[in-house]
Write a protein that binds this ligand. Structure first.
Ligand SMILES: [Zn+2]
Length: 118
C-alpha cells in the first residue's frame, strides 16, 4: 500500500492516507535545532513546509519558533510518524520526546518511493 500524504490548510495539517493526522501548534523538543543554537530547543510548530513519505515513514520540515530564544525558522527533516504499509494505519511520534532533525537528506519525495523498504 502506497502511503499518501498531503499538506492541508496552508501547512496547518498533514494528512496521511486521506486522514488528518498531524497538526501544528505542538511543542517539539529538538535535541538540536537548525533554527537556533539552543540545545535542546523547545520549538513551537507553526506550519509544515515540506512533507515526504518513503516506506511508510512520514517526515516533514516544520516552520516555527524556538520559545526559549525567540528565533524563528524551518527545521530539518523530522519524523512525524509511520504508516503501516499493509493497513495504512498511522502512528504519530510524540512531539514532546526528543527529536533530532536530519540535515543529511536525500531529496524529498512527494510519495512512496520505489526503493526497497527496510
Ligand atoms: Zn533557541
Amino acid at each position: 500500500m502506497v502511503t499518501s500524504i498531503h499538506q492541508l490548510d496552508d501547512g496547518a495539517w498533514v494528512s496521511v492516507n486521506d486522514s488528518r493526522e498531524v497538526n501544528v501548534s505542538d511543542l517539539w523538543l529538538l535535541a538540536r535545532s537548525d533554527v537556533c543554537s539552543c540545545e535542546p530547543s523547545d520549538f513551537l510548530a507553526e506550519g509544515f513546509v515540506e512533507v515526504s513519505a518513503a516506506c511508510g515513514r512520514v517526515e516533514g520540515r516544520i516552520a516555527g519558533q524556538c520559545i526559549a530564544c525567540g528565533e524563528s525558522g524551518v527545521t530539518g527533516w523530522l519524523e512525524l510518524g509511520r504508516a503501516d504499509p499493509d493497513t495504512g494505519e498511522f502512528r504519530p511520534v510524540v512531539p514532546a520526546s526528543a527529536h533530532v532533525p536530519d540535515r543529511r537528506r536525500r531529496l524529498s519525495r512527494p510519495s512512496a518511493s520505489a526503493e526497497p523498504c527496510q
